[in-house]
Write a new protein. Structure first.
Length: 380
C-alpha cells in the first residue's frame, strides 16, 4: 500500500502545480471529465479501505467511537455522507461495485441503486453512467415506491409528516423544513410555484433584480396571509387512475393509481377527492390524442390536459425535453417550430423546457430569423 500512498501524494502535487490557463477550453473540458471519473473512483476506494479498517476497529485507536465519524473527519464530509458511503460499499453487488471502481457511477448514485429493487440494477447503472444524480434518484425512488404495498406506503407517509422550524445563527432568519404526504404536498407546492412564477414575472417586467428563490419566499408569505392571486383554473393536483381500477374499487398489479409528481396512492385517497374533483377521462389506447391541433397560440384545455399527463402508459408528468437536463419543475411549453414561424399548437410541436433552456432555444430561433424582433424579457 506504500506504493498507492506515494502515487496519491504525487497526484496531489501534480494537481496543485496544474494551471488551467495554459490549456485550451476543449482540453480543460476533457480534464474535467477525467478528473470527475477519478474523483468518483477515489471516493469508492476510500470507502472500501475505510470499511476494512473499521472491521478491525482501527477508528477506535484513532479516538473515534464510530467509523462514520472517523471517515467524516478524514474526508471533510458529513457524518451522514460517511455512513451512506460505508453502507453503499457493504451492499454493492458485483456489477455495481465494478461500475463504482471504474468511476462510471458515484457513491451517491450507488446509494440510490442499492436501495432499489434488484431487477432494476442494470438499467439504473446504465442510466447513472451518462447522467447526474437527480435522474438516478428519481428513477430509483419510483421503482422503490412501486414495489411497496400502497396501503403500507400511505401509512408510513402519514407517520412521517412533519413541520420543523428554527432560527439560524448568522442572521436570525426563520428557517424550516416540512414533509407532507403527496395528496397534500403536491397541490401545496403546485400552488406555491404558480404564485412564485407570477411574482417573478412581475419582477422581470419592472426590472427588479429579485431571484426566483426570493420570489418564492414572497409567494409563500402571500399564501399564508391569503393574499395570493387565484390561479387560471388549472388543477392543483392530478390523479391518474385506470378506469377498470376505479370501477372495481381497487387497483390490481400493473394498474395505475398515482399522483403526478407524487407517486402511488391508495384508491381510497382518490375516491375521497372525487367528491369535489373535476374528472377527465383519457382513453390512451383508443382515440389518438396526438391528432389535436390548434392554430391559436394558447393551448386549449383538452390539449393542455394531455400534455400535463406525460407519455402513456406511465402518465407521470413531464420534465425538460433537453437531454441531460433533470429539471422537472418550472418548465414552459415551447413551440418546436415557433408559432411566429407558422408552427401549430399541437402535441407533436410542443415540448416542455426549463427556463434556462427555453431562453437558449428562443435566442437560437431569433438568430435563425424564425421570430420577430426581440421583446422585453419575461420570467417563467
Amino acid at each position: 500500500m506504500v506504493g498507492l500512498e506515494q502515487q496519491a501524494i504525487e497526484f496531489r502535487v501534480a494537481l496543485a502545480a496544474s494551471e488551467p490557463g495554459v490549456s485550451t477550453p476543449a482540453r480543460c473540458a476533457e480534464i474535467v471529465e477525467e478528473l470527475a471519473r477519478t474523483e468518483k473512483a477515489c471516493a469508492v476506494a476510500r470507502a472500501r479501505f475505510a470499511a476494512r479498517a473499521a472491521e478491525a476497529s482501527e477508528h477506535r485507536r484513532r479516538g473515534f467511537a464510530d467509523a462514520s465519524d472517523w471517515l467524516a473527519a478524514a474526508s471533510g464530509s458529513s457524518q451522514r455522507e460517511a455512513r451512506d458511503a460505508l453502507g453503499t460499499i457493504a451492499q454493492a453487488r458485483p456489477e455495481l461495485l465494478d461500475a463504482l471502481l471504474a468511476g462510471d457511477v458515484s457513491l451517491e448514485q450507488g446509494a440510490e441503486i442499492v436501495a432499489a429493487p434488484t431487477e432494476h440494477e442494470a438499467a439504473l447503472i446504465e442510466l447513472a453512467r451518462g447522467s447526474a444524480l437527480a435522474p438516478v434518484r428519481d428513477t430509483a425512488r419510483k421503482h422503490r415506491l412501486e414495489a411497496m404495498n400502497v396501503e403500507q406506503l400511505h401509512a408510513q407517509r402519514q407517520t412521517a409528516r412533519e413541520v420543523v422550524h428554527w432560527k439560524d445563527k448568522a442572521l436570525g432568519m426563520i428557517c424550516g423544513r416540512f414533509a407532507l404526504p403527496p395528496e397534500v404536498g403536491v397541490p401545496f407546492i403546485n400552488r406555491l410555484d404558480r404564485e412564485a412564477d407570477r411574482v417573478w414575472r412581475d419582477a422581470k417586467r419592472t426590472g427588479s433584480p429579485l431571484t426566483r428563490e426570493q420570489c418564492a419566499a414572497d409567494a409563500l408569505v402571500a399564501l399564508c396571509r391569503g393574499g395570493a392571486k387565484h390561479g387560471s383554473g388549472r388543477a392543483e393536483v392530478v390523479y391518474v387512475v385506470d378506469l377498470d381500477a376505479q370501477l372495481r374499487g381497487h387497483a390490481s398489479a400493473g394498474e395505475r393509481c398515482h399522483i403526478i409528481g407524487g407517486g402511488p396512492v391508495p384508491l381510497s385517497v382518490v375516491q375521497q377527492q372525487l367528491r369535489d374533483a373535476f374528472v377527465k377521462v383519457a382513453l390512451h389506447d383508443g382515440t389518438k390524442v396526438d391528432t389535436i391541433v390548434h392554430y391559436g397560440r394558447r393551448r386549449p384545455a383538452l390539449l393542455q390536459s394531455v400534455l400535463d399527463l406525460g407519455a402513456p402508459p406511465e402518465f407521470d408528468g413531464v420534465g425538460c425535453a433537453v437531454d441531460g437536463c433533470d429539471r422537472r419543475y418550472h418548465h414552459q411549453w415551447d413551440h418546436t417550430d415557433p408559432f411566429a414561424n407558422g408552427g401549430p399548437t399541437s402535441e407533436d410541436n410542443l415540448q416542455p423546457l426549463c427556463w434556462a433552456h427555453h431562453q437558449e432555444k428562443t435566442e437560437r430561433d431569433r438568430k435563425a430569423g424564425r421570430l420577430g424582433p426581440k421583446r422585453k424579457e419575461r420570467g417563467p
